[in-house]
Design a binder for this molecule. Structure first.
Ligand code: 13P
Length: 259
């Protein structure tokens, strides 16, 4: 099981689903279903338009409210973008950055993601930085090179002290929304690589402390095996986080002996 020094985080990315009432209802159901003595962190990332409603539904709870994206500028002529201070105003304490859908559909580059990461850090938000390879990259043995490029690009010009709150989410693109989960061993290997890379970018202490979540078709029925891997510190969940009962089962994962 993951090191006890790293607090597990289970995050739900609701993507472009749910209206504000549906989102608030789902948040309330998740909140209600949490074990009172739950030790790890739970994060919910609704669409921008549902942030206020979900904030109200979570008032007084420890559940972390996150955006799915962030602008790198604080204000100005940036139609469609939402500034860090506006996210804080809406109740966010975290921001997902560099999701593969942002990279692929909205053509975000490592340089843009680096600017967003810097903006989130400056604002005091917890950045959840997503990285991951496509199927083509995996099949042509480029997985590690891609992860290395994404990590070096994202953390460029950021010190270890500044990066202390960052959570990294390894999400192989071929496993997102496809029902194809990386095997626990595949995910573990990638997480070890990420940690080694962060040791090279910063140092061993940083690499040992940084939380690395796995994302890509995490479900109620595969979370236990994934969370039993020593370097998997949590999960970033899409589809399964839209169903309160299933997501609650993911949140209350049980680690199992796998080796
Ligand atoms: P799924 O869990 O639906 O595969 O989505 C994963 C994801 O992209 C979370 O950010």
């Amino acid at each position: 099981m993951a090191s006890t020094k790293r607090i597990p985080m289970i995050a739900g990315n609701w993507k472009m689903h749910l209206n504000s009432k549906e989102a608030a209802d789902l948040a309330a159901a998740i909140r209600k279903g949490l074990d009172a003595d739950l030790k790890h962190e739970v994060l919910l990332a609704p669409t921008f338009t549902s942030l206020h409603a979900v904030k109200a539904a979570l008032a007084g709870s420890k559940i972390i409210l996150s955006s799915q994206d962030i602008a790198w500028e604080e204000k100005g002529a940036f139609t469609g973008a939402v500034a860090p201070s506006q996210l804080i105003d809406a109740g966010c304490t975290a921001a997902i950055i560099g999701h593969s859908e942002r990279r692929k559909v909205f053509l975000e580059t490592d340089e843009m993601i680096n600017k967003k990461l810097k903006a989130a850090i400056k604002a005091g938000l917890v950045p959840v930085l997503c990285i991951g390879e496509t199927l083509e990259e995996r099949e042509s043995q480029r997985t590690y090179r891609v992860l290395e490029t994404q990590l070096i690009g994202a953390f460029s010009g950021i010190t270890a002290a500044e990066a202390v709150k960052v959570v990294i989410a390894y999400e192989p693109v071929w496993a997102i929304g496809t029902g194809k989960t990386a095997t626990p061993d595949q995910a573990q290997d990638a997480h070890v690589f990420v940690r080694r890379q962060m040791e090279r970018v910063y140092n061993k202490a940083y690499a040992d402390a940084v939380r690395v979540l796995y994302g890509g078709s995490v479900k109620a029925d595969n979370v236990d095996e994934l969370m039993s891997q020593p370097d998997i510190d949590g999960a970033l969940v899409g589809g399964e986080s839209l169903k309160a009962d299933k997501f609650l089962r993911v949140i209350h994962f049980q680690t199992v002996l796998t080796r």
